[in-house]
Design a protein around this ligand. Structure first.
Ligand SMILES: NC(=O)c1ccc[n+]([C@@H]2O[C@H](COP(=O)([O-])OP(=O)(O)OC[C@H]3O[C@@H](n4cnc5c(N)ncnc54)[C@H](O)[C@@H]3O)[C@@H](O)[C@H]2O)c1
Length: 324
């Protein structure tokens, strides 16, 4: 039978109109398996997903873990397309071995995530939520918001210098005295005189604010842990809008409790179970529930570009945004 079978494992968008409009360009009948219609929210258990993806031509995924077991079960899938920049929920080695392309959307929310990182930085440096919590508790005590450092005397440290971190640097260069960066893979260092490239240890020791923008992978898991918090500048602020797994949460909590880290602004946490996180009600942390990417424009762009990735992979044999 001609035509394509496209499976959506999970998503939390109101509808798939944008994707389906792109699929019209395939010019052949398309069978859609929408797993959110089978299990509310979608299918997250790899074993449950296998019967649906076994004979699919394309798999579209948001949060579901696409394990080696799922990938090995796919008989003719050409493309796994993720609704995101990060692809840490997909076993990339297994996909490569099986000859299945993986695609992301690297440019749909750069402005939004950079601005959320900046909002967390501003919140921590100007003690906005700390002040609000103090008012809500019915007390006023200047000591509760001190010490505050003047931002233009402070150093901003960026871990990773990809699209989002570069946007943060561009927007923040007039706010801080200096911006220092750790990204051993970034090539074009001479085009960025507004920042100084350093080793991780140098950045940790120098930065008053550390903002994390590194992809999560086995090699970056727990990139900030006990060892790093032991050398981080006393009283530093830590902001993470990348992935929770980059920071060992127990080590961060210990650093917050000891005062080594003065505040944490986190849009992502390891478990993504925000409601039950020990950090949710921590007086020195502000959590946002992985919404850094969100704007109406970003959402529309994400859904359309996922559709474009699938169509391009199925017709031309290459998605627009292929993850290498
Ligand atoms: N919170 C959200 O809503 C949200 C939305 C989009 C993206 N993200 C996360 O933000 C991350 C960064 O996005 P981006 O668009 O800037 O990605 P990017 O791919 O443009 O940049 C990543 C940078 O990290 C660097 N890097 C890789 N490994 C490193 C390491 N071990 N140490 C230091 N640097 C390293 C790379 O060289 C690259 O320059 C994504 O991987 C994603 O996980 C979160």
């Amino acid at each position: 039978m001609s035509g394509y079978k496209i499976v959506f494992s999970d998503y939390y968008y109101p509808n798939l109109d944008a994707e389906l409009k792109e699929f019209e360009k395939l010019g052949e009948p398309v069978e859609i398996i929408d797993c959110t219609k089978i299990v509310p929210g979608g299918i997250f258990n790899p074993e449950e997903l296998i019967p649906y993806v076994k004979d699919c031509d394309a798999l579209v995924v948001q949060f579901s873990k696409i394990t080696a077991q799922v990938i090995q079960s796919m008989e003719k899938c050409k493309i796994i397309a993720r609704y995101a920049i990060g692809v840490d929920n997909i076993d990339l080695d297994a996909a490569r071995e099986k000859g299945i392309m993986v695609a992301n959307v690297p440019d749909y929310c750069i402005d939004e995530v950079a601005n959320t990182a900046i909002a967390h930085i501003m919140n921590a440096m100007r003690k906005i939520t700390v002040s609000r919590d103090m008012l809500l508790s019915g007390t006023f005590d200047m000591n509760a918001v001190r010490p505050m450092k003047r931002m233009k005397n402070a150093v901003l440290g960026l871990l990773g210098f990809g699209n989002i971190a570069r946007d943060v640097a561009k927007k923040m260069k007039d706010f801080f005295a200096e911006i220092v960066v750790y990204d051993p893979y970034f090539q074009d260092v001479n085009s960025h005189p507004e920042v100084k490239f350093m080793t991780l240890e140098e950045v940790l020791k120098k930065a008053d604010v550390l903002s994390v923008h590194v992809p999560l992978s086995p090699s970056t898991q727990d990139m900030l842990s006990y060892e790093q918090f032991a050398v981080i500048k006393e009283g530093a602020v830590v902001v993470n809008t990348a992935r929770g797994g980059l920071i060992c949460e127990d080590a961060l909590i210990q650093a917050l409790d000891s005062g080594r880290v003065s505040y944490a602004g986190l849009d992502v946490i390891c478990t993504e179970d925000f409601e039950n996180s020990k950090l949710l009600r921590h007086p020195k942390a502000a959590l946002t529930p992985h919404v850094a990417w969100c704007s109406e424009e970003a959402l529309a762009e994400l859904q359309k570009k996922v559709g474009i990735n699938v169509v391009s992979a199925l017709i031309k044999g290459e998605p627009v945004y292929r993850v290498k």
